[in-house]
Design a protein around this ligand. Structure first.
Ligand code: NAD
Length: 486
């Protein structure tokens, strides 16, 4: 029987947090938050409508005048204090993620919390060093001062899979740039935002600089359409990202999108078996396979295909599936019934198309929305190799390694409408880095699954999104350039 960690109380959050306060009064409309492992209700949120979204945007607009005047060094210091306040509550936040998302407790401290604090700390260091003003000679013999000024009020729309981390990827650069923010969490996993707002208060970030509106699609649409929002920063599915991009386009509103992926891990013929297999399994199964950067296509050299497939099969079969609160669990449930059904549908159609499910894919005898971690042998033209499953499903694909320079592997990796991340494994790090540079993706890990560096840009090529978050390049997405010519 699965259980909730004892330290997780039932969390109720109002429809909005505006100018330093959760809205008072009874919730007019509520959404329950349930544990995907047990179905148990772990929290509830109110749903923000027009009035709450108007109030949140107005509070962010009012706070902008003062926050943009705070020095970059002081804005950075505030982000550092925010990172510290969240770090002090990392156990509680990891328990919450396990309760509402089903993230294995063995993973959630790092995956859900320390990734967020890592990004905030990176921006604490970047803010004071960022070139907000630069002077250069003008073409007429005078000077041009190039200023980078905050874009203004940011509507930040967050998915459910790593909510605190994605919120940090938006808050870090936005606050460092001098912007103010209205966050919209996803209704499946909004509970960490209660602790986040307490940490914001504790960090001394002024009221109104960060606000929250809770709810689903309708609340998100109100934020996207609001005339008081200067930029939408969206993370989520490619389908919704395309709609939001179109809505922003008609309003000439700034917009950046971090979307889905179908990322490839290339195993070069000289890669060491044991270390590579361990990395590959971690790279696809983290957070129960529900990571945008999951390395879901494993490209194996034909000359070592059988050897790697056997080792991967053993490693996937050895994963412990069960209660995410139990620290020995590797794989917890999917977020909800629809996600479980979607993953099963992908596996059914993969079999129909001629793919072989080598291991997993069945429903374990557990109460939640579980799918046993699966390894599927397929070709790159099959749906299972082209679409994002967002579940614990790894696809192995053979490539022709008789060709020089891993040409076939690179061409299969790049044959995707997505372009988020990648990985290359080899005994020769330099050769792996050369292959990495030929992938049409935003970041590539060499001999690891660390596809994101907290101080470096993260984001997609192609339909994995437009724009970058992370590093100074991420901050640049939250400024407007202004040239003063003298
Ligand atoms: P989703 O697109 O369904 O929802 C994301 C957010 O948008 C939620 O807050 C949702 O309530 C809101 N939303 C939905 N429709 C909207 C609309 N029409 N207008 C405004 N807001 C709307 O995605 P999800 O299921 O929450 O998250 C999973 C997806 O997110 C996966 O595709 C995953 O790859 C992607 N993701 C990408 C990254 C990245 O950095 N590239 C990171 C994490 C997740």
């Amino acid at each position: 029987m699965t259980s909730l960690p004892e330290s997780v109380p039932m969390v109720e959050l109002a429809a909005s947090y505006v100018a330093g306060k959760w809205a008072a009064g009874a919730l007019a409309e509520t959404v329950e938050v349930t544990s995907p492992a047990t179905g148990q209700v772990v929290g509830a949120i109110g749903v923000a409508g027009t009035e709450e979204v108007d109030a949140a945007v107005a509070a962010a607009r009012a706070a902008l005048a003062t926050w943009r005047q705070v020095s970059p060094a002081d804005r950075g210091a505030a982000l550092g204090r925010l990172a510290d306040a969240l770090t002090a509550r990392k156990g509680e936040l990891a328990d919450l993620a396990t309760a509402e998302i089903g993230s294995p407790r063995s993973w959630s401290t790092f995956g859900q919390v320390l990734t967020a604090t890592g990004v905030l700390k990176a921006y604490a260091a970047i803010a004071p060093e960022y070139p907000f003003t630069a002077t250069r000679p003008s073409m007429t013999g005078g000077t041009v001062e190039v200023r980078q000024v905050p874009v203004g009020v940011v509507g930040a729309i967050v998915p459910w899979n790593t909510p605190l981390f994605i919120a940090a990827l938006k808050l870090g650069p936005a606050l460092a740039a001098g912007c103010t923010v209205v966050l919209k969490p996803a209704p499946d996993a909004p509970l960490a935002f209660g602790v986040l707002m307490e940490a914001i208060e504790q960090a001394g970030i002024p009221d109104g600089v960060v606000n929250v509106v809770n709810g689903g699609t309708s609340t998100g649409e109100l934020l996207v359409e609001h005339p008081g929002v200067d930029k939408i920063s969206f993370t989520g599915s490619t389908t919704v990202g395309a709609k939001i991009g179109a809505a922003c386009g008609t309003r000439v509103r700034r917009c950046s999108t971090e979307l889905g992926g179908k990322s490839a891990a290339i195993v070069l013929p000289d890669a060491p078996l044991e270390r590579t297999v361990k990395g590959l399994v971690g790279g696809v199964m983290g957070n129960n396979g529900q990571l945008c950067a999951a390395l879901t296509r494993i490209l194996l050299p034909r000359s070592r295909y059988d050897e790697f497939v056997s080792a991967l099969q053993v490693a996937v079969e050895a994963l412990t599936v069960g209660d995410p609160a139990d620290r020995s669990t590797d794989i917890g449930p999917l977020i909800n019934e629809a996600a479980r059904d979607k993953a099963e549908g992908f596996l059914r159609r993969a079999r129909d198309e001629g793919a072989t499910v080598l291991v997993g894919g069945e429903r374990p005898n557990l109460p939640g929305w579980f799918v046993a971690p699966a390894l599927v042998a397929a070709t790159n033209d099959m749906e299972i190799a082209r679409e994002e499953v967002f579940g614990p499903v790894a696809v192995v694909i053979a490539y022709d390694d008789s060709e020089p320079d891993a040409e076939d592997a690179v061409s299969i990796a790049n044959d995707s409408r997505y372009g988020l991340v990648g990985a290359v494994w080899s005994a020769d790090e330099q050769r792996a880095a050369e292959v990495a540079a030929r992938l049409q993706v935003g970041s590539v890990a060499v001999n690891s699954t660390a596809v994101l560096d907290f101080g470096s840009p993260f984001g997609g090529f192609k339909q994995s999104g437009i724009g970058r978050e992370g590093g100074p390049e991420g901050l640049a997405g939250f400024v407007e350039y202004q040239a003063i010519i003298r």
